[in-house]
Ligand binder design. Structure first.
Ligand SMILES: *Cc1c(COP(=O)(O)O)cnc(C)c1O
Length: 427
């Protein structure tokens, strides 16, 4: 299902030359494959088919409205973490009822707007937030569904910045305190607190943390039952790992094999909130080599893409495979692991122009020799790439191109200097 493949020594996205795309739309540019989005979505849907789950694509992983449309056509629902994301889903054509609204700090204004728009489910994360949701629902005289996000105190064994299900993380409510909250809201006139929400981090590359968290959630449901309360749905969040190339991850089928049996006969409506596992390997970042430079100890390949386009290496020391779009002498990669290298090559750091030493996209890479003007692809960049980009150093955000049956098309034009200045001029 790999959308980005070398054919005759040249990187292509579903058969379309990346060189042609870069020449047409400029660099740096994100290139996405619609087919890959559909296939990664389909892989999860098929793996979990026995639960017939509602799949709520996590908008924050890659939020371009054209991509949301692609997923909507697959039957996707959506997971939003701000009112802006709720509005994006609506703009893509989603029904408000098919949006779940999560987030630890939804403001009262956001909650009010979401209630008015008819958002399907609120994933609430604190006692105070539940009070606000209940009061907004009362005032609007609108029925609102909510789930309580439980913090199961499970170690997702991922980067400290991206683990969310441990006691010390800000997310959710500890299981011990949750019973009282369900009890407190059981007679609310307009708020139905009838679901459990979980999301323990990202990427979670193994199945065990999911098994542990679902087991704990089911114990809670039993306790709530003895309290006379009914839970009708469970949302197990996202966080499924992908193959970046440097470490193994469970597959959609592996996760399903471990999770499905726990929930199959539970009678719950089950939801998933996958982001990365759908978007990460559906996109690459394409940049052009600006300069080469040799220091006493290092060789640098300076490209026009930067941490402002893809911050994951700077932020999490994340690994992304990088390789020339047209490698010299046809040296095309056979895998994306750090071990795949050109023997005898001098290792290079692939860096951007931003004034930070953390502005790199790859370090100590044994890539084929490149020259000024060559293109370099950074792989697995579809998730938490474009969405995390910034204008630091007054850089315009990159263009985004989607390749579908009709070929490549621009789905976000490159920002201009006037775009950047608009908010400062219009004051
Ligand atoms: C970010 C997030 C997700 C998606 O996580 P991925 O690792 O991209 O699958 C799901 N649910 C919630 C509540 C999130 O905040």
């Amino acid at each position: 299902m790999d959308a980005f493949k070398y054919t005759n020594g040249l990187l292509c996205c579903d058969g379309h030359s990346i060189t042609d795309i870069a020449n047409q739309f400029g660099t740096p540019t994100y290139v996405y494959s619609a087919r890959a989005f559909r296939e990664f979505y389909g892989a999860l849907r098929d793996a979990f088919a026995a639960l017939n789950p509602r799949i709520c694509y996590s908008i924050k992983s890659c939020h371009n409205v054209h991509i949301l449309q692609t997923l909507l056509e697959c039957g996707s629902s959506f997971d939003a973490v701000s009112i802006g994301e709720v509005r994006r889903a609506l703009e893509a054509g989603a029904n408000a009822a098919d949006i779940v609204f999560a987030g630890v700090g939804k403001t009262p204004d956001e909650i009010k707007a979401a209630v008015e728009l008819g958002v399907g489910t609120f994933n609430a994360e604190s006692a105070m937030e539940l009070d606000v949701i209940a009061s907004v629902a009362n005032k609007a005289r609108k029925n609102v569904r909510a789930a309580l996000r439980i913090n199961p105190d499970v170690d997702a064994k991922t980067h400290p910045h991206t683990t969310t299900g441990k006691d010390e993380n800000k997310f959710g409510i500890e299981i011990g305190s949750s019973r009282a909250l369900f009890q407190k809201h059981k007679d609310d006139a307009f708020l139905s607190l009838v679901g459990i929400h979980l999301h323990i981090g990202s990427p979670v590359n193994t199945v065990e943390p999911y098994v542990e968290m679902v087991t704990k959630a089911l114990e809670l449901v039993d306790q709530l039952k003895t309290d006379g309360l009914t839970i009708d749905s469970i949302n197990i969040g996202g966080g499924f790992g992908i193959e970046y190339g440097h470490q193994a991850s469970a597959s959609a089928a592996d996760y399903a094999k471990a999770i499905v049996p726990l929930l199959q006969d539970s009678g719950f409506k089950v939801s998933l909130e996958p982001g990365r596992s759908i978007s990460a390997n559906a996109g690459i970042l394409v940049s052009r080599v600006v300069y080469l430079k040799q220091s006493r100890t290092k060789q640098f390949v300076i490209i026009d893409g930067a941490m402002t386009d893809l911050i994951r290496p700077a932020l999490y020391d994340a690994y992304h495979f990088a390789w020339p779009v047209v490698p010299k002498d046809g040296m095309t990669p056979t895998d994306r692991s750090p071990a795949f290298r050109i023997e005898g090559a001098t290792p290079v750091d692939i860096v951007g122009p931003v004034c930070e030493s953390s502005d790199y996209l790859g370090r100590n890479r044994f890539i084929p020799p490149v020259k000024q003007g060559d293109l370099i692809a950074v792989f697995s960049a579809g998730a938490y790439g474009a969405v995390m980009s910034s204008q630091y150093n007054s850089r315009n955000r990159a263009a985004e191109v989607l390749v579908d049956e009709n070929g490549p098309r621009l789905i976000r034009r490159r920002e201009t200097f006037d775009d950047m200045m608009a908010c400062e001029r219009e004051v």
